[in-house]
Design a protein. Structure first.
Ligand code: PGA
Length: 242
């Protein structure tokens, strides 16, 4: 695992967008593990621009999102389904709908939904590239501190830290869902290659925990130490003070 400071979120986002673009153009049937959140906004903006400029055929690309809030429908303004449509799939409308996979947080039977999603990953995966953000508390996906290292897709209770951090996207904190469906830590580790991005001072502590190179269940992202191909890119503000 290597942590590299690329200086700014724009440089790091452009780098990752180029890596995703390269993967898609070299392997037209690539499987991509996609993430949401503020960190990924610029990545998708650069990616859409690269796709448009080159009119890349993405009809064979299959995508799997990490997580979704429980109780939010696909069209809800704050759902990750809506985020992905607004930021990528509607802006470059050439993806094949049946190859876009996002957990259904509004499913009637959430247990069945978690099983369906994990089975899908096992049948169609592994991801060629999985991109990840990181929570202030070190979560990846919505795998909060203490999550079992062998966890697969499951319903998770969000911690106060996550609810508070994500309240910036809602009108107020009470509107933030308390649960999510999230790929587990073991599901994430199945990817062939993992790229994690962290921007801003609020992420620095979590990155400093990763820089210790010790697996710590209280900092879920440290499980990435068990994976052979992980790159971490940060901006100046999230770079570890060594
Ligand atoms: P953010 O979320 O990109 O909105 O900061 C990242 C995360 O919680 O994984």
């Amino acid at each position: 695992m290597k942590i590299t400071n690329l200086g700014s979120s724009a440089y790091a986002s452009f780098y990752v967008a180029c890596e995703l673009f390269k993967q898609m153009s070299q392997q037209p049937h690539s499987k991509l593990g996609l993430a949401t959140g503020g960190t990924m906004v610029e990545v998708y903006e650069f990616l859409v621009s690269l796709l448009q400029k080159n009119q890349l055929d993405v009809s064979g690309i299959e995508t799997f999102n990490l997580d979704e809030y429980v109780g939010l429908s696909a069209t809800h303004e704050q759902s990750y389904h809506r985020y992905m449509n607004d930021i990528l799939f509607n802006r470059y409308p050439h993806f094949t709908k049946s190859l876009i996979h996002i957990p259904d947080g509004a499913a009637e039977n959430l247990m069945e939904e978690t099983k369906r999603y994990e089975d899908l990953i096992n049948q169609k995966g592994p991801m060629d590239i999985q991109i990840l953000g990181i929570g202030e508390n070190g979560h990846i996906g919505f795998n909060e501190p203490g999550t079992d290292m062998n966890s697969t897709t499951q319903v998770v209770d969000l911690t106060d830290s996550t609810i508070n951090a994500n309240s910036r996207y809602f009108d107020n904190e009470s509107e933030v869902p308390k649960q999510a469906v999230s790929m587990g830590l073991a599901s994430i580790l199945k990817a062939k290659r993992i790229i994690l991005l962290a921007f801003g001072e609020k992420k620095r502590e979590a990155i400093e925990q990763l820089a210790k190179h010790e697996v710590n269940k209280q900092v879920p992202a440290t499980i990435l130490l068990a994976h052979p191909d992980v790159e971490i890119y940060v901006d100046d503000a999230a770079a570890p003070r060594l």
